[in-house]
Write a protein that binds this ligand. Sequence first.
Ligand code: ADP
Ligand code: MG
Length: 566
Amino acid sequence: MCAQLGGQPIFIMKEGTERTRGKDAMENNIAAAKVIAEAVRTSLGPRGMDKMLVDQFGDVVITNDGATILKEIDVQHPAAKMMVEVAKTQDSEVGDGTTTSVILAGEFLKRAEKLLEQKIHPTVITEGFRKAADKAIEVLNNMSIKSGIDDYDGLKNAAMTCMSSKIVSESKDMLADLTIEAIKAIAEQDEEGKWVADIDKVQIQKKEGEMIDDTKLIKGIILDKEVVNPGMPKSVSDAKILLLQSAIEIEKTEFDSKLQITSPEQMQAYLDEEEKMLRNMVTKIKNAGANVVICQKGIDDMAQHFLAKEGIMAVRRVKKSDIEKLASATGGTIFNDLDDVTAEQLGNAGKVEERKVMGDSWIFIEECADPKSVVILIRGGTDLIVDEVDRAIHDALCVVRDIVEDQKIVGGGGAPELETAIQLREYASTLGGREQLAVEIFADSLDIVPKTLSENAGLDQIDILMKLRASHQKGNKFAGFDLESGEVVENMMNIGVVEPTAVKVQAIKSATEACSMILRIDDVIAGAKSDMPPGGPGGMPPGGMGGGMGGMGGMGGMGGMPPGMM
Ligand code: ADP
Ligand code: MG
């Protein structure tokens, strides 16, 4: 990159730095972003297609989850990367609606491009989009229906709706109940009475084998451990659990010491003393009433023997984090000193049992009365299925959490987008000028959701859109497109197609943000790359970014993909 000074070039940046400016930069960025939106478009909704993604090691992922698709494809173009960020933000904020947010962002950009061609300044567009987004969020909140932790039907329908677009949708009924039960177990009210559900308190354990329907909620936790001694019971009912941070061993002295043993009697006396101390420790455990010991450190062989004789089950070298989860699952206190242990502070579980799962021994601590930490154990025929169940459960957990926390739902199937678009157009007419144009194209962009849903079902978009608009004009705010019947339905809630308002609101936010960011860029300066990306040239290629796939150098990451997959 260089400037001219009196005919003499002055180099400002390293040689090889590429720069695209103004209209070119904008066009490039928009083209790349549109490619990403186009790539996920066909996967929207229950009738959407699945993608088979193959990485450079030949590992296969089959999914129709927008966030996963974009995570797996190795995108290089900076604007395309921003689109991937849209999906990531959506996923981390609300856990669902990733495809929707990306498609929306793509549509915003596509329509904004038209305004740019009419010489409307990007700042006018982004300013109009910001206003439109604020208004859209207001509309969405106003049209919502109250829901929450006690609205079983609302939670169930929303969980089922979000799983209906997954490959594992046949099991959605049972999986929805499982996720609701899990979230209800770990949800808590803060001081102001607001519900909070931290999904990190729901552990996911996966093991291929058996069937999806064998997926279970464990009200407690699973330890990837075995009972320490074969003489101990493998199953304890009505468990009283001691959670111990310290070892059940005789402490070694900290400095080198010499023990002078001069006679066999002395040796015996020494061993007797050690045995007495260990026996003493076990007596303390027994007297406190514990029948299970979960220990973070080691357990001496002799102590194991004594514990076994007392019929106490013990597990050793359990991770600190697992002990902490156990404390919240069983209500037990974590002890450091056996002298402090009292019966009331032991943890409780209906059952503790060692079981073999596909050849591995696991300890199940389950049937806890009021667990604040639970596990979903996912089963399924192959690891591909198990992974897709995991993604479905993740989305469902997030959706249920969103409703428990935000307490608002809307009907799905394009209804909220269409209603918002209609109200936005009315709002636009109050603005006037160029801003009005921006708000109008924002509204038009929202139609992409019902359009894409009907397109993916193989139906005529325009026809469906007209019917939907007519129904909304009659006051049916939840009129949407039912993918099961292929018909327009007056109220999507009645057929159980329900979504958290939070998901719709976040999709608008993430898409608007990304779009505005991309529209404000008029200069792309890319440093010279020392290595070519794996897909060959095309990262930030000089001039090669003109549009379409050429901009996505990283498509090389999908090298193994059969032609025509996307
Ligand atoms: P996203 O990643 O955006 O969540 P999905 O593939 O999960 O994408 O599709 C979600 C969309 O599908 C939502 O707009 C939702 O309302 C819609 N949808 C789900 N089930 C139905 C149904 N039975 N009829 C119509 N639309 C549905
Ligand atoms: Mg979804």
